[in-house]
Ligand binder design. Structure first.
Ligand code: SAM
Length: 464
């Protein structure tokens, strides 16, 4: 670790933890970070993934679809299965929030600080892609990454918004069964893997983040239905955030109570006694995941329930159906290229020249900036339809008329990700490229040659 842990941080933690525990904690922070991955259960069953995966994997106790990679030299982010969206690389402790919020298929769920999508993809999989998942963030650059991750994930019921939480609360009110606030925080849980987190940390940052979290949670509370759940999580250890923010929230929101969470070996509880004056005993229902006790970088989480009451049905969002010409061009593409229509039964919506299959449920969207309307299908050009990368990632080998399927080690996949073509005689048109049957992207076959049609960001992601 070339950038040392901030001295003020070391002293604070030594003042909170018993000496032996402080030593173990600080030693863990100076060690090697864990790498975890979470299987995309929308695409593949965990047992099937374990048969395919080329790395030794150890289960994460609190997340049946999560695993720790044992080999520190493994680079799962460069594997074609990553580009095919079979898994998400995630710190094991970051798998706890969505697992413990436990969203159900068919519910309306909001991920209020969602980018780059670690928890969004987890929520979508747990919801079995049924119901409505709204993923919100405020930073455009991070929203782009969220969109790329959703492209790989093949979640079709996700609306991505770019709004301040107060704006959403004013527009929608209490419509969500579950809301996740994975709050912007001082990031002490990033110290082991990110030198920048060690550089930018200061007691001032902790105070600023605590204030910001209080504001976000206040808005989040207004979005939770009576009887619904709110999960607050951070990747920091600071008590002014975590217990401090929760104590204040409980004081200002008597209609919310903390819910006890399932226990796992190594889980610690919240520490009301670390606050001055001491906080309410209920804070013990929060969970602290420490890097010296469990595999992972560290997280804090607490589940709150809003007291039951009258639930008002939200008014459904209404959007104009895509114009007939756009629908016709899409249909012609489906007939010429696919064997089934992934948008069957969905309302199609055209924004600019981009055609989407809308989520089955939709809240009112007037006045809210939307960065993704469900499943992006493709772009409607003057006289043709060009499919989106995201569409290919929802498809399997049997779903397209022209398919080139490869094992992960085939050198043509490397060419594909590099955007380089190769000779391949056969019928002309759109070709679905798959790895072990899972959609990876589009290519065009023109005059006996395959020409990859992948977005620029994929070159970076696939490590080519
Ligand atoms: N949940 C994400 C995941 O699992 O990949 C990580 C979220 S990160 C800890 C916090 C996010 O909060 C950042 O993406 C940041 O842009 C966003 N953020 C910052 N201020 C915000 C605000 N006022 N409202 C909503 N999100 C905010």
């Amino acid at each position: 670790m070339t950038v040392p842990l901030p001295q003020a941080f070391v002293h604070r933690m030594q003042a909170l933890l018993p000496p032996e525990e402080a030593q173990a904690f600080l030693r863990a922070l100076r060690g090697r970070p864990y790498v975890g991955l979470r299987v995309n259960t929308l695409k593949i069953a965990v047992e099937d993934f374990l048969r395919l995966a080329p790395w030794p994997l150890t289960p994460v106790p609190w997340c049946p679809e999560g695993f720790v990679l044992e080999d520190p030299a493994a680079r799962p982010g460069t594997h074609p299965y990553h580009a095919a969206g079979l898994f998400y690389i995630q710190d094991p402790t970051a798998m706890a929030p969505a697992a413990l919020l436990d969203p159900q298929p068919g519910e309306w769920v909001l991920d209020l600080a969602a980018a780059p999508g670690g928890k969004t993809t987890h929520l979508a999989a747990r919801m079995q892609d049924r119901g409505l998942l709204v993923a919100n963030d405020v930073q455009p650059r991070r929203l782009r990454e969220l969109n790329h991750n959703l492209d790989r994930w093949a979640a079709t019921q996700v609306l991505v918004t770019q709004a301040l939480p107060g704006r959403l609360a004013r527009a929608w009110g209490a419509i969500f069964h579950r809301v996740l606030v994975d709050a912007p925080c001082s990031g002490e849980g990033m110290f082991r893997k990110d030198p920048q987190a060690r550089r930018t940390w200061s007691p001032n940052l902790v105070a600023r983040c605590a204030r910001m979290q209080t504001g976000i949670l206040k808005a989040a509370a207004r979005l939770v239905r009576p009887g619904g759940f709110l999960l607050y999580s951070t990747c920091t250890f600071a008590v002014e955030e975590n217990e401090g923010v929760l104590a204040r929230f409980l004081e200002e929101h008597p209609d919310f109570t903390l819910v006890p969470l399932p226990e796992h070996p190594g889980f610690d509880h919240g520490h009301p006694e670390w606050l001055r004056p001491s906080g309410p005993e209920a804070l013990r229902h929060a969970v602290r995941l420490w890097p010296h006790r469990v595999p992972g970088e560290g997280h804090f989480l607490a589940l709150l329930r809003r007291e039951p009451g009258v639930v008002e049905a939200p008014s459904p969002g209404r959007l104009p159906e895509a114009p007939a010409r756009a629908r016709r061009l899409y249909q012609a593409f489906v007939e010429a290229t696919l064997t089934r229509d992934p948008a069957a039964g969905r309302r199609l919506y055209l924004q600019g020249n981009r055609l989407y299959a809308l989520p089955q449920d939709l809240p009112p969207t007037t006045g809210i900036s939307i960065a993704r309307w469900g499943l992006p299908l493709g772009q409607v050009k003057k006289d043709r339809f060009e499919p989106e990368h995201a569409l290919a990632l929802t498809l399997r080998r049997g779903d397209a008329q022209r398919v080139l399927d490869f094992p992960p080690e085939d050198p043509r996949l490397r060419r594909f990700f590099a955007g380089e073509g190769w000779p391949d005689p056969g019928p002309e048109g759109w070709v679905l490229i798959t790895v072990q049957g899972y959609g990876l992207g589009w290519a065009r076959r023109v005059q006996g040659r395959i020409k990859p049609r992948i977005p620029a960001w994929l070159h970076r992601w696939s490590g080519t």
